[in-house]
Design a binder for this molecule. Structure first.
Ligand code: CDP
Length: 240
């Protein structure tokens, strides 16, 4: 399947949205690699802004989020990506030029990211950046509002779902592999809390776009879900 002659002249935008820890990022990155597209992890951008807020004391333990201070600092926050700069060859997220790829995945950042992502000004700045990144198409972007707000015109939209317990189990495995000491209950709580905030917020809440294809991967292997995605991609781009 990988050697199939794809019509590289017909580039599309692929939007992958879904709940936290549904495996979107892994599948989006893999799909981009398989079809030769650029991959952008929009969640990493919200995480980088959250890390900035934490480091500057705009939010933290016993410290309510200081929205005004964060919004005022937005012009000083520059989020970008560097292709394959890590030993793993994977794209890394940069915050004002510093590689923050690992630290933005911590449970600490995860705990504050959804309230930060609710701020209209933060969303406006990041959505503008994301839309610029997709100007030439040939891009796979994953997040919460990619098919609804960032690229409502995307040719391929996928909405990923999986049960909260399955997602918590996967995320726990990931964090443990990185040496973080966290319990299943903590991870599940964080996932449920983010689901709640992400789906009920005023600004572009997480919801399935009307024209999105639903992928429930609770019981799919990585290979099965990749096959599903490539089939859909081939159908939509007219590769036979
Ligand atoms: O990887 P995981 O599913 O845990 O989350 P993520 O994709 O890294 O996103 C982290 C958080 O950023 C989400 O829980 C949302 O609150 C926010 N986010 C968003 O509001 N809009 C996006 N397009 C992407 C992420």
């Amino acid at each position: 399947m990988e050697n199939k002659n794809r019509q590289t002249d017909k580039k599309i935008i692929i939007a992958i949205d879904g709940y936290s820890s549904s495996g979107k990022s892994t599948m989006a990155r893999e799909l981009a690699r398989r079809v030769g597209y650029v991959y952008v992890d929009s969640g990493a951008m919200y995480r980088a802004v959250t890390l900035y807020a934490l480091r500057h004391g705009f939010v933290g333990r016993d410290k309510p989020l200081n929205r005004e201070a964060l919004v005022a600092a937005l012009p000083d926050i520059h989020v970008s990506f560097a292709a394959g700069c890590g030993a793993d060859g994977v794209q890394h997220t940069l915050l004002n030029g510093e590689d923050v790829e690992n630290v933005i995945r911590d449970l600490e950042v995860s705990s504050y990211v959804s309230p930060v992502a609710e701020i209209a000004e933060v969303r406006r700045a990041l959505v503008r950046l994301q839309q610029e990144m997709g100007r030439d198409k040939g891009i796979v972007m994953d997040g919460r509002d990619i098919g609804t707000a960032v690229f409502p015109q995307a040719e391929m939209k996928v909405f990923v779902d999986a049960s909260a317990s399955e997602r918590a189990t996967r995320r726990l495995r990931e964090l443990e592999a990185k040496g973080e000491k966290v319990s299943y209950e903590e991870v599940l709580h964080n996932i449920e809390e983010r689901d709640r905030i992400d789906t009920t917020r005023e600004q572009s809440p997480l919801r399935k776009a009307d024209d999105a294809y639903v992928l429930d991967n609770s019981n799919l292997t990585r290979e099965e879900q990749m096959e599903w995605l490539i089939d859909l991609f081939d159908r939509l781009t007219g590769v036979s």
